[in-house]
Design a protein around this ligand. Sequence first.
Ligand code: ADP
Ligand code: MG
Ligand code: MG
Length: 252
Amino acid sequence: MLSIKNLHASIDGKEILRGINLEIKAGEVHAIMGPNGSGKSTLSAVLAGRSEYEVTEGEIIYNGINLLELEAEDRAREGIFLAFQYPIEIPGVSNINFLKTAIGEIRAYKGLEPLAAKEFLTLLKEKQKLVEIDKALISRSINEGFSGGEKKRNEIFQMAMLEPKLSILDETDSGLDIDALRIVANGVNKLKSKDNATIVITHYQRLLDYIIPDVVHVLYNGKIVKTGPKELALELEEKGYDFIKEVEEVEA
Ligand code: ADP
Ligand code: MG
Ligand code: MG
């Protein structure tokens, strides 16, 4: 589904990603861990197509297409979903209207008719139950006045509604209490299917007590310095990131 080769990216002339290689197949959940400042958010922003970042080298192939040629909007229409570290509030735009528009655009892009009102409502109900979000939250303006946990739940609800092929959760666990953590994890676990893939970016091992990744990568200083099974996350938790730094220095 996703193949990243020798990806280099800069912001304001400063190189942040320094040769990322990553292969993700449909059906898989990959965790990307790494210390603060290692480039995790940069990688997710580059995948989503944020224009402040300049890709200077390498390629990203997503479902057979050259992702770097697509604008951010088209990447979203192609099924890439990015959950933000800090979800924004959008007063005046209700969740329902936002989702109606977004689904309409995705369908139009695929050459499909808009969803009939009745079908949309059926979908809304189905996903609302699946991610266990309060009905009242769905009708309100996006994230306006939502608590941290409610924002997370809403994000998972948006993800459920939009049915992305590749979801990227960037430190969606930061500042979450255990209940909110479970909400995010349950959502990811319930939405997992053989047709979609998820990248879970996290600084802590905690979230991975609830989401079991198929593969764990460690990002350090703009490069993936270690890849392994889920046990790698436990090893990191035990030994801390200094262990990776030592490995990197020996290899350098
Ligand atoms: P992470 O998500 O792993 O904490 P980031 O991708 O947010 O890391 O940041 C990687 C590095 O890029 C950091 O050293 C950060 O200071 C730097 N960086 C981010 N934005 C800018 C910018 N606008 N100008 C210069 N450096 C930046
Ligand atoms: Mg950070
Ligand atoms: Mg970050």
